[in-house]
Design a protein around this ligand. Structure first.
Ligand code: NAD
Length: 476
């Protein structure tokens, strides 16, 4: 596999060549009108529709993802992002007038969103289509040239994306560059105008360091541990169903999956029982036979998650559901644990697999203290019907995003900024926020009248001018 892979990798020479031709072409592409960009996005949408069955097959071949799960969590996200951009791009591109302060009377100002230029997108494997092509939609909407490196772990999806993009764009505008860490590192030596990276915080730091060499701006969509609080007022059945789906969709390999739970003592038994029941409803009593339940992407990630569970169990954690591991299939049954020690890997590392630790609490301040003591999460979920508790949780924590009474669905809300904060990410994506990430907000000011207030305050600084300056400081 490694050999086949390296044969398909884009060579260093080719990478240099593509970068150069994109640099030469960037102003032609950047000059495009809203109508021209919308036409490109429409063709992009058509290509996704035309290739749906190949995309489904690729995702199945990569990690046994059910076609409906591919439709819901890969294709729908891209078509949603495309339709949103097609609908709103004209408005996004329009110059935005801003107010004029009194001291600058006689001038007019507006914000002009111009493309960053030539951008790099580096994607992860866990939603290999969605997280590669989603940022690309924003890059195209903003009028950039782009080089896109999908993950080397999901080759079937990577190939179909390459085929599709080659049929839509010439490489001097958009190019898919295949390869692994070496390819990524070669790309990172080039002076891109912007780098959009989705992946782990550890690699995010490497990307940011490389970007600093050329002072490229970055958007870092990273990961981490997203907590979920289920308080005593929550609807047990709704919480159980939505947490089970949000956690076990894509086999738990979701950056915004609920990573660990805090459940109030009053409802813990009812909730746990309901969660176990829901897992059977979603994936049957034999999830290994369920077509709806996908697999860990590879044996390295399978072994990593297994080692977390083994360590927790050897330190007293109890498996109350699942706990079945099949090495040859990278299969881990949907697993629930209680009594997990706070210092265990399961409570310290991002789990990124179908394993959910359930902690309990008596006083809401207990989970809030734990959450605040950790890195800022990418998502924080609240299951509650108490306005007071919801307000307190939002006020006393920080998170990239929060959903109340559901899990992971904010990813679909293109009117909200998506992204983390510090360790969980820098910058935002989706909809207008994605367009902004790939644009430079150029401030343009025009002196419209023959004179301005500032003209009256230029040297030499006579007594009258000093008075005028002081007057301005005091009143304007
Ligand atoms: P990763 O960081 O290992 O890899 C991501 C990309 O970086 C891949 O294309 C890979 O080839 C490249 N890469 C890996 N090592 C590199 C290096 N040393 N130098 C340069 N490039 C390198 O992440 P992953 O395992 O593919 O994905 C899982 C991680 O991504 C999780 O932490 C998850 O939370 C996070 N994630 C975040 C989001 C989000 O939107 N915030 C979405 C999905 C995944």
């Amino acid at each position: 596999m490694e050999n086949i892979r390296s044969m398909l990798d884009t060579s260093q020479d080719e990478i240099q060549k593509i970068f150069k031709i994109q640099q030469q072409r960037q102003y032609d592409i950047g000059r495009s009108t809203a109508a021209e960009r919308i036409a490109k996005l429409k063709r992009f949408h058509q290509a996704i529709t035309d290739n749906t069955s190949q995309i489904r097959q690729a995702l199945y071949d990569d990690f046994r993802k059910h076609p409906s799960e591919t439709d819901l969590t890969e294709i729908y996200c891209i078509t949603g992002e495309l339709k949103h951009a097609i609908r709103h791009l004209k408005k996004w591109m329009r110059p935005k007038r801003v107010a004029t302060p009194i001291a600058l009377l006689g001038s007019g100002s507006y914000i002009h969103y111009e493309p960053k230029g030539v951008v790099l997108i580096i994607a992860p494997w866990n939603f290999p289509l969605n997280l590669t092509l989603g940022p690309l939609v924003s890059a195209i909407a903003a009028g950039n040239c782009a080089m896109v490196k999908p993950s080397e772990l999901t080759l079937h999806t990577s190939h179909i994306m390459k085929k599709m993009i080659e049929s839509l764009f010439s490489p001097d505008e958009i190019a898919i560059v295949e390869g692994g860490v070496d390819t990524s590192q070669t790309l990172l030596t080039l002076p891109f105008n912007h780098i959009f990276f989705t992946g782990s915080p550890a690699i995010g730091k490497i990307v940011m360091k490389a970007a600093s060499k050329h002072l490229a701006s970055v958007t870092l969509e990273l990961g981490g541990k997203s907590p979920t609080i289920v308080d005593e007022t929550a609807s047990v059945s709704t919480a159980a169903r939505r947490i089970a789906w949000g956690k076990f969709v894509n086999n738990g390999q979701t950056c915004i999956a609920p990573d660990y739970l805090f459940v109030h003592n009053k409802i813990k038994d009812a909730f746990t029982e309901q969660l176990q029941k829901t897992l059977e409803e979603l994936y049957s009593t034999e999830p290994e036979k369920s077509e709806s339940y996908c697999r860990m992407v590879n044996n390295r990630h399978f072994s990593r998650v297994k080692s977390y569970v083994d360590e927790a169990v050897s330190n007293g954690a109890k498996i109350i559901s699942g706990g079945i591991f099949e090495n040859n299939q990278n299969y881990i049954a949907p697993t629930l644990l209680t009594d997990v020690k706070p210092d265990s890997a399961l409570m310290q590392e991002e789990i990124f697999g179908p394993v959910l630790p359930i902690n309990t609490y008596e006083d809401l301040d207990e989970p809030l203290k734990v959450i605040r003591s950790r890195e800022i999460p990418l998502a924080l979920y609240i299951y509650s019907n108490s306005r007071k508790n919801i307000k307190k949780i939002i006020r006393d924590t920080r998170a990239g995003g929060t959903v109340i009474n559901h899990s992971v669905v904010h990813f679909y809300q293109n009117n909200l900024p998506f992204g983390g904060s510090n360790n969980s990410g820098i910058g935002k994506s989706h909809g207008f926020f994605g367009f902004q990430a790939f644009s430079n907000a150029r401030g343009i000011m025009k002196q419209e009248l023959p004179f301005s207030g500032i003209d009256l305050m230029m040297p030499p600084y006579t007594e009258l001018k000093k008075k005028l300056i002081n007057f301005s400081i005091k009143w304007f």
